[in-house]
Design a protein around this ligand. Sequence first.
Ligand code: NAD
Length: 436
Amino acid sequence: MKIAMVGSGYVGLVSGACFADFGHDVVCIDKDPSKIEKLKDGIMPIYEPGLDALVESNVKAGRLDFTTDLAQGIKDASAIFIAVGTPSRRGDGHADLSFVYAVAEEIGANLSNDAVIVTKSTVPVGTGDEVERILAKSGTSHRFSVVSNPEFLREGAAIGDFKRPDRIVIGAEDDFGRDVMREVYRPLFLNESPILFTGRRTSELIKYAANAFLATKITFINEMADLCEKVGADVQDVSRGIGMDNRIGAKFLHAGPGYGGSCFPKDTLALLKTAEDYDSPTRIVEAVVKVNDSRKRAMGRKVLDALGGMDAARGKKVALLGLTFKPNTDDMRDSPAIAIAQTLSDAGVEIAAYDPEGMEQAQPLMPKVKMCENPYEAIEGADAIAIVTEWDAFRALDFARVKELAKAPVLVDLRNIYQPDDVRALGFTYDSIGRS
Ligand code: NAD
């Protein structure tokens, strides 16, 4: 089966490479010529573990190709996926659907065979209806069906998530759409991955409901962490204590500096806008968005406290370890590190930082921050060290070296990767999240 993937970013490229690995013939299309040139030269435009080898082997096998030419790329494809970005629209927080609709127009103008058009991008309820209208208006003589197939992969573990998903959700309105999608995912049927067929609008909403629920879980445990600090409890144990209950589940209960990334912040906002438009408020999600927003700067203030407070902090130096919103990605979109660095900068603090993969993307977002070659360069002369992202590289710091290099042995661990007693025994002043 031939598949076209329009948009070759974190989702499109991983999905395209995985479909090729399942044996389909895949063309990944992107309007960004530099991305396509890199891919043709075997260079990955993003960092995702295992992606380079997967792309290389499938290109070699002749199952994966790249182009900027949409008309050529979608030719003979039975399924055409739309995997372009749906960022927050400036000003009102609605999902910006201009990229999705532009692709729909282009597909309509160039369709040269019957095909199923699949929105893999995260899109608000009703977007599939609009894509269908655009295609109908194009006057194409070919049969088409518009299907919703949201993606649930996580950056950093994207290939495993795509190949072994908890479930595949397909929102289709006719047999043509359902039959083609069954063929697309046949290799996963064999894996016994559960497939849920629903209506298109339901499928669109499932994606937002899932992300909002996960964001709620994170925000809930973050508030519990704040309470733990006040009452003298330990949030790690609270987390374990509630997570062992199967009705709750242990995942997404790690207290930290607040959720970030390319999905949760924009998707929770977009869900609020949909709820508002349909006059059906989602007050829990409203609270989650507010609480999370204020948490990021509060984390900056936590670091200022470790420096002796706002006044004492001016002119001091902080080392930030980790900048991406989570480990194993280079994605900086809405990372808590941005607000933390801004809060510190606003207070006159000098910042040096190290991140294994994210510094190139981070630098334009935090121009005053000095990017370093390794954690120890960042730590040199620092009055406090803050762990912002739990990269493995920070899990076994050489504390003797840290103590020698830093001006003061002060560690603020915003990911709870160390044991307080162990670090304090080494002579450090140590603060973390929800562990008084
Ligand atoms: P991205 O920004 O990494 O990639 C989008 C790509 O689309 C870019 O390379 C861009 O050049 C390309 N593009 C834009 N307009 C185009 C056009 N007209 N023709 C061809 N290419 C075009 O975005 P992403 O992170 O891959 O996200 C894509 C969608 O998937 C979003 O809706 C997002 O919410 C959703 N999603 C993302 C993740 C994730 O972890 N990143 C997970 C699940 C769902």
